[in-house]
Design a binder for this molecule. Structure first.
Ligand SMILES: O=c1ccn([C@@H]2O[C@H](COP(=O)(O)OP(=O)(O)O)[C@@H](O)[C@H]2O)c(=O)[nH]1
Ligand SMILES: O=C(O)[C@@H](COP(=O)(O)O)O[C@H]1O[C@H](CO)[C@@H](O)[C@H](O)[C@H]1O
Length: 217
């Protein structure tokens, strides 16, 4: 059974090294694929210094496209999805996300921050289905194709497909892990506007899913 980590990264030079360090050292991970999504900083350069495959997109294509390109580039049976802006990623978090899927206890894991930072813990407590930290059986990605998901819609779409297919989903708590929030990366105004765009992408993904389901029933 082959396991690949897929890391979408858009201008994450400050944090990507801290994600790749434990990932590349983990014995259960066969491949680490970084998709630099039109980054204009040193994200790709830093990623290349590790045991990784780096796909460099010339233009920004959005998180969903970046992840799906990464999945298409590997024949791994299990995909570990991780964001490149995590702070505090440890070996045990990686094991927690992949082991239930590798061991057949679950088809997808969803990682929830706990004891990281108040704001990011709270966001994941109220919307665990949005988390970008997941172990996912490859077959689940095939079921996404007809939904034409874009930008920040991928996690919501995976969650909806999993519920529809009644597949086994396991939530795992990732202690002392957090990420850099949009407002911290881009400033309050642009960060807030990016957050609103993200919610729009998520809603669009729900609407597309419902329309497709109604059309095929
Ligand atoms: O157009 C984008 C936006 C985000 N990301 C990556 O997707 C992950 C999750 O993004 P996040 O929720 O942190 O959003 P952001 O704060 O980057 O908008 C991070 O690794 C980003 O670098 C990406 O590859 N392309
Ligand atoms: O936690 C959240 O509310 C959002 C927004 O994250 P930021 O705090 O703006 O980095 O991020 C989560 O949801 C996104 C959409 O599903 C995912 O792409 C992120 O990976 C996830 O962390």
């Amino acid at each position: 059974m082959k396991i690949a980590a897929v890391i979408p990264a858009y201008n994450e030079e400050k944090t990507i090294g801290g994600v790749l360090e434990p990932l590349c050292a983990h014995e259960l991970i066969d491949e680490v694929i970084v998709i630099s999504d039109g980054s204009s900083d040193n994200t790709a350069k830093i990623a290349k210094a590790y045991r990784t495959i780096v796909i460099e997109l010339e233009k920004n294509q959005g998180k969903t496209n970046a992840v799906l390109l990464g999945v298409k580039s590997t024949d791994a049976d299990i995909i570990l999805m991780l964001d490149a802006d995590l702070i505090g990623l440890k070996r045990e978090h990686i094991t927690q996300l992949i082991w239930p899927v590798a061991d057949g206890q679950a088809d997808m894991t969803i990682g929830i921050f706990k004891f990281g930072r108040g704001a990011t813990d709270f966001a994941q407590k109220i919307a665990p289905f949005l988390s970008g930290q997941r172990g996912v059986k490859r077959t689940l990605f095939c079921k996404l194709e007809k939904h034409n998901v874009q930008d920040y819609g991928i996690e919501m779409a995976l969650t909806l497909v999993a519920a529809k297919e009644k597949i086994n989903v396991k939530q795992v708590y990732l202690s002392n892990l957090t990420h850099v929030m949009k407002e911290e990366k881009r400033g309050l105004v642009i960060g807030f506007l990016s957050r609103m765009k993200m919610y729009f992408d998520i809603m669009t993904s729900v609407v597309k899913f419902k329309i497709n389901e109604n059309a095929s029933s």
